[in-house]
Design a protein around this ligand. Structure first.
Ligand code: ADP
Length: 191
């Protein structure tokens, strides 16, 4: 199986690149942000809970997120592989993902990290907020809090995969097609 963690701060381009990668490599896309938003729209209990965190730009608690991800993995028993987009966002989530995949006799192939500096991220998120309607993209304070959450809790996930020699940094600034080519190049080397 080809299992990719697509990593990077909010606004780095994970969603855009995921769409292209799933089409090329025939993978299942698991975006925890998208799954939470679908639950909010459907007014499920999970959605109501997640919303209280997401609206402020805070991470949803690990236990909630990990249980949801485990259920999503079980929904795709015949997948050729997965792209994890927006997950894992903490070291506890990364350890849980390793165990979940090991129980299915598979593992993460690589973590591909889109690197974009903070000023560029803020610009992109505010632009996205205008078209997407996402409340968390429209308020500079919430955006700053998401970036802080990323720096404090999510950055250490890089070390988790680096220790397994699976971390690959990719320059996330430039044309979408050019960045896609860099990602594909890393994947070709890993498989
Ligand atoms: P972005 O990467 O642009 O911030 P996402 O759609 O990935 O957007 O995430 C939106 C929000 O959903 C996050 O700010 C957080 O509240 C919640 N969320 C998504 N994935 C996770 C996760 N793995 N752990 C905790 N919270 C998450």
């Amino acid at each position: 199986m080809l299992n990719i963690v697509l990593f990077g701060p909010p606004g780095a381009g994970k969603g855009t690149q995921s769409e292209k990668l799933i089409a090329k490599y025939n993978l299942v896309h698991l975006s925890t942000g998208d799954i939470f938003r679908a639950n909010i729209k459907g007014e499920t209990e999970l959605g109501k809970l997640a919303k209280t965190y997401m609206d402020g730009g805070n991470l949803v608690p690990d236990e909630v997120t990990i249980n949801m991800l485990a259920a999503e993995l079980d929904k795709a028993p015949n997948a050729k592989g997965f792209i994890f987009d927006g997950f894992p966002r903490t070291q506890a989530q990364a350890a849980a993902l390793d165990s979940l995949l090991a129980s299915k006799n598979t593992a993460i192939t690589s973590m591909l990290a889109l690197e974009v500096e903070e000023e560029e991220l803020k610009k992109r998120l505010l632009i996205r907020g205008k078209d997407s309607g996402r409340a968390d993209d429209q308020n500079p304070e919430i955006i700053q809090n998401r970036i802080n959450e990323y720096n404090n809790k999510t950055m250490p996930v890089k070390d988790f995969y680096a220790a397994q020699n699976k971390y690959k940094g990719i320059n996330g600034i430039g044309e979408i097609e050019g960045i896609f080519a860099l990602l594909c190049n890393e994947i070709e080397q890993a498989i």
